[in-house]
Each structure stands twice: as C-alpha cells, then as structure tokens.
Design a protein around this ligand. Structure first.
Ligand SMILES: [Zn+2]
Length: 265
C-alpha cells in the first residue's frame, strides 16, 4: 500500500449551484492509495434524528421500538472543559467542539490529541472551552468517511458544529488522513458543513486536528509552506506555528460564522 503524505487542496466547481464560484477545498493529507468501495451498503431510514430526539419523550416502549429502527446509538457522552493549559486573556475567543467517535477510538488517544490541538490554537487566543466527546455506535457502512453515508450520519446526529468525526478510514477517492469541510465546499453536502473527518491511523494526530480546525474556522483551504507553519501541506510535529494573518482570518471568519464566541469567563 503506497503512502502519500502530501496535502492536496484542489478546486472543484462541479457542484457549485450558485453564481458565485466557490472553491471546494480538500484540506487533508493523503495517506493511502486510492481505495475502491468494495461493497454497497443498505440505505437507512432518514428519520433517525427524530428517533434520537424523541426517545426521552416517548417512554420505554418507544425506546425499544426506535432502538430497532435507529442505526446510530449514542453509547456515552463525556464533557471536557478547557483542554488547553493556558491562562485566560481578555481577547480570547471560545470554541466549543463536538467529537463523534464512531469507530471505538481509544478515548485517551483522542483526548491527548485534542489537548495538543487546543494548545496549538491557543497561540491565536482561541480557547477550546467545552468538548463534548460522544461514543457512537454506527453500522459498518457508516464507520468510514464516505460522502453519502456520512451525510446521513451527520444529518441524523445533528451535533453542534464544528464536529470532529473519528472514523475507521475513508472511502473517498483520493483517500486522505483527514478532511475538513467548511462553508465554501459544502454547498452540495450541507450536512457536512463545519465538520472534520479523521481516518484511523492518522499520524501527528494533534497537529492534524488543529490543522483541519483552522481550515474550518478560516473557511479556506489555503496552505502555507513557510517553515514551521501549521498550515503547511504536510503536517509534522515541527509544523506548529500560525502567523498573525492566519490568526486574524481564523478569528474574524470563525466569529462571523458563529463558530467562535467572545467573552470567555
Ligand atoms: Zn490542509
């Protein structure tokens, strides 16, 4: 299996339905050679969200019935406050994350990587204040990043954004370690707006998370191959820095898009 660690932003206008030409950025790191889908999974009902949302309201019998009809089950929820070790500043912006673990990733590995990412974003005075860590059981068909099925999953869960999905891998072609989807590349797949999809086995996981979150917050697939820059096409432990312009764009666009909020306590 070949390994290709280059990040490949690209333009894709096939799905742009508006008059404005929107770049579709694939902000990610190629890891595998092309992976071909080897099976075709059964389509699921589109009422999962309703089922999930009404479980509490409909009583025990409803729980039993909907459990049979619902392919996605939230097994546990763990809220983590203040991932980064930092002091509060008056100009910091708060970021709340939803993290969907859909392939039984080790919680400790995920949390360690999230802490690394939080410390990287802190250089722009962005503070991950709350992280909702959910362990979700999904059918095998939905454990991978695969646009139609991932759309179904995201639509059904309707988690607050940004949402990070820790997956079994990807069935996208080309295949990448991680993929970020912002406003500019989600017109044809709105459920995936402001989400990041991370494949099992991604290296430099903390840097990857931070890198993809920057793409989402900036709503841009831009890279910067300056020495040491976090947004270099190729992530590495040495690429950790964000410059003043990157911080400014992330803070302004993230705030405008409702992903960052001022006034951290
Ligand atoms: Zn990127």
């Amino acid at each position: 299996m070949s390994v290709n660690n280059r990040k490949n932003p690209r333009m894709n206008l096939r799905h742009a339905r508006d008059h404005v030409r929107l770049p579709i950025f694939f902000s990610m790191r190629a890891r595998y050679g092309p992976i071909h889908r080897t099976c075709w999974t059964v389509l699921i009902a589109r009422h999962t969200l309703i089922a999930l949302g009404l479980i509490a309201a409909l009583g025990p019998n409803a729980v039993a019935n909907t459990a049979l009809a619902t392919p996605f089950t939230i097994e546990s929820r763990n809220t983590i406050s203040d991932l980064a070790a930092q002091t509060h500043t008056t100009s910091e912006l708060a970021l709340q994350l939803s993290v969907a673990n859909i392939d039984r990733w080790d919680d400790a590995e995920v949390i360690t990587a999230l802490r690394t990412a939080a410390n990287l974003l802190a250089q722009c005075e962005i503070r991950i204040t709350v992280t909702d860590l959910l362990r979700i059981r999904v059918p095998d068909s939905h454990r991978y990043f695969d646009t139609p099925r991932s759309r179904e999953l995201a639509r059904a869960l309707a988690l607050p954004k940004p949402t990070l999905y820790f997956t079994a891998g990807t069935r996208q072609v080309p295949a990448f370690d991680a993929e970020a989807i912002g406003r500019g590349n989600s017109r044809s797949r709105p459920e995936l707006t402001d989400t990041v999809w991370i494949a099992r086995g991604a290296r430099d996981l903390g840097q990857v998370i931070a890198h993809e979150l920057v793409h989402v917050l900036m709503d841009s697939g831009a890279h910067d191959n300056s020495s040491g820059n976090l947004m270099a096409e190729q992530t590495s432990p040495q690429n950790t820095q964000l410059n003043t312009a990157q911080c400014a764009q992330m803070r302004s666009t993230g705030t405008r898009n409702g992903l960052l909020r001022p006034g951290v306590n």
